[in-house]
Design a protein around this ligand. Structure first.
Ligand code: AN7
Length: 351
């Protein structure tokens, strides 16, 4: 039985036999081939998505959160705090509940997806909305955690990175080697930092013969790393990555440069287009932020020549159910007819 990523990768994580592991059996997510998208776009490589939306709270954040909450509990803390564009708050709330700890989350008012907000509320977190963006919320919780006995569980907490690096371990275990190209969304830039650390550790341990090119993507209206400066008022429909001043900026650039990859950006219209295409061609429903990891492959094809021997992995960081409002707003309205055989039959066959 799979009992979570801490048990699975213990020798590579900062835990001992007495560490009180807090787990919802996260990790072990599937690597799903998206051959229909590959055929549609003429990508000859083996193209997979790692569906991190299948973690217990529906996003990759559970990988880092199980470690961060475990270590906070081990240190004797009774409460955790985070700033969040949504997924971190959902995950923190769930793991704090499991650990019997309190949880406080700071979120940008009106700018987090409905599913994520419902999770933080249902798990019993204290939800505080601020009239400001994620970057400001993060500054406030960092200041509070410095002065008060409450554990900060944003990705500036190094245990978050330790947990999240296991995504790279799993990909190497699943493919029996590292992929050639790794494509993912970049917001606060903790996850790209974590994946590069994971690939490097398994490469150094002899479990992979290579490391992938790290390709990160941001939304055009929230692309500080691409533009080379802080974005004071980031804006994108991909609220998960509506971040203008990433905390792990430097380590994201290091991952990019050491791997020979790049960080690019796509428009909100492109994000929606690829979110719909992935759902409609390969059956994977992702939240808007992750669609940049699909669109990013098409952008990357302009720089690199993919061959049939190449392997590409796109990280689908969160489930589409997180943001039902966006999905409904960009879809065709359901047809309304009378509750009769004739009316339903006409609606199906007479168009
Ligand atoms: C689905 O929840 O920052 O580059 O507070 O939810 O490691 O920040 C979420 C980020 C990508 C970006 N995809 O990851 C938060 C938060 C999804 C996300 C990212 C986020 P990082």
């Amino acid at each position: 039985m799979w009992t979570g990523l801490i048990n699975a990768y213990k020798p590579y994580l900062p835990v001992s036999d007495t560490t009180p592991i807090v787990s919802l059996h996260e990790g072990n997510t599937p690597l799903i081939p998206i051959q229909n998208m590959a055929a549609h776009w003429g990508i000859p490589a083996k193209w997979y998505v790692k569906f991190e939306g299948l973690n217990p709270t529906g996003s990759f954040k559970d990988r880092g959160m199980c470690m961060a909450v475990t270590k906070a509990k081990e240190a004797g803390m009774t409460r955790v705090i985070c700033a969040s564009t949504g997924n971190t708050s959902a995950s923190a709330a769930a793991y704090a509940a499991k650990a019997g700890m309190g949880c406080v989350v700071l979120i940008p008012k009106g700018k987090i997806a409905l599913g994520k907000l419902s999770q933080a509320m249902m798990h019993g977190a204290t939800v505080i909305q601020i009239d400001g963006n994620f970057d400001l919320a993060l500054q406030i919780v960092r200041d509070i955690a410095e002065k008060e006995p409450i554990a900060l569980v944003n990705s500036v907490n190094p245990y978050r990175i330790e947990g999240q690096k296991t995504g790279a371990f799993e990909i190497i275990d699943q493919l029996s080697d590292a992929p050639d190209y790794h494509v993912m969304p970049v917001g606060n830039a903790g996850n790209i930092t974590a994946y590069w650390k994971g690939y490097t550790e398994f490469y150094n341990a002899g479990k992979a013969t290579k490391r992938p090119k790290m390709i990160g993507f941001q939304a055009e209206g929230a692309a500080p790393i691409v533009r080379g400066h802080v974005i004071p008022d980031p804006e994108t429909i991909a609220t998960a990555i509506r971040i203008g001043n990433p905390a792990s900026w430097k380590t994201a650039e290091a991952a990019r440069d050491e791997s020979g990859g790049f960080i690019g950006m796509v428009s909100d219209a492109t994000i929606t287009q690829f979110q719909q295409q992935l759902a409609q061609k390969d059956g994977v429903f992702c939240e808007p932020a992750c669609a940049v990891a699909i669109a990013g492959v098409i952008e990357a094809a302009k720089r690199y020549t993919f061959t049939k021997d190449d392997t590409i992995v796109s990280i689908i960081t969160g489930h589409g159910l997180k943001d039902p409002d966006h999905a409904i707003s960009v879809s065709t309205t359901p047809i309304v007819v009378e509750a009769t055989y004739e009316a339903v039959s006409k609606a199906i066959f007479s168009n």
